[in-house]
Design a protein around this ligand. Structure first.
Ligand SMILES: [Fe+2]
Length: 239
């Protein structure tokens, strides 16, 4: 059984559409929306293909109409496209985001999966990158063969005792210095991290077409082309 694992799509439809690998099931670990601005085809795709999925902090913010707070860098970028999401997403699709559970257990292909966007301690917000010791603590009470997470936009795969920890990286806004869309395939319990190129100009063109402010399109372009490899100073130029 071939299982596609995706996270952090962030309304980037050209990136999601570029994943053409066939799969039998799909696990989604949060953040379908914000940053880019083509949420509808991303939600449609998820409704059609996702076998089990969880809510990310950005899905929650859009679904619950959380007013974006001012901030720097990525926070400001999310704030710049949140109201547009409320114009673009109808009630039915908002409900799909709102109803995504915060954590989920699922059995697929003889493996027990546990899905959470950030960490079990703080399911939508704790930022925990590739810190194996802290992850081992966080997963102590989780009963699963493979734990799938997202949130950091950094792909990684580790064996932690009897569990595998998998972050498939970000489909729509990678931050590991590689601009290609990131995802994972789990085939018969074996994890493969994968990348695929997509048309970044198409993503930016769609943002312009729906009226995103030029500074936000420019910043998104720099983030996407560098694979998120922007210094604080570079991010600051857009503030
Ligand atoms: Fe994200």
């Amino acid at each position: 059984m071939k299982i596609l694992v995706i996270a952090d799509v962030h309304s980037n439809w050209p990136a999601l559409a570029a994943i053409e690998e066939p799969f039998d099931a799909c696990l989604f670990v949060g953040d379908l929306v914000e940053y880019a601005t083509d949420p509808v085809p991303c939600i449609n795709w998820a409704q059609q293909h996702v076998t089990a999925g969880v809510r990310g902090n950005h899905d929650h913010a859009v679904a619950q109409r959380v007013t974006a707070r001012d901030g720097g860098g990525f926070r400001r970028l999310a704030a710049a496209t949140r109201p547009l999401h409320w114009d673009l997403i109808d009630q039915g699709r908002l409900k799909y985001l709102a109803r995504l559970p915060v954590t989920q257990h699922v059995e697929l292909g003889g493996q027990a999966f546990f899905l959470v966007h950030a960490t079990p301690r703080d399911p939508m917000d704790e930022y925990l990158a590739d810190d194996v010791d802290t992850w081992a603590e966080r997963l102590q009470s989780v009963d699963a063969d493979i734990v799938c997470v997202g949130h950091t936009h950094l792909p990684f795969h580790r064996q932690l005792g009897d569990k595998q920890l998998l972050n498939p990286g970000s489909v729509g806004q990678p931050r590991d210095g590689d601009s290609r869309a990131s995802y994972a395939i789990v085939e018969d319990g074996v994890v493969h991290l994968r990348r695929v190129e997509y048309d970044i100009d198409a993503t930016l063109g769609q943002m312009r077409a729906v009226g995103v402010e030029p500074w936000a399109v420019d910043l998104t372009g720099e983030v996407l082309r560098s694979g998120g490899n922007l210094s604080r100073e570079q991010m600051g130029r857009f503030q």
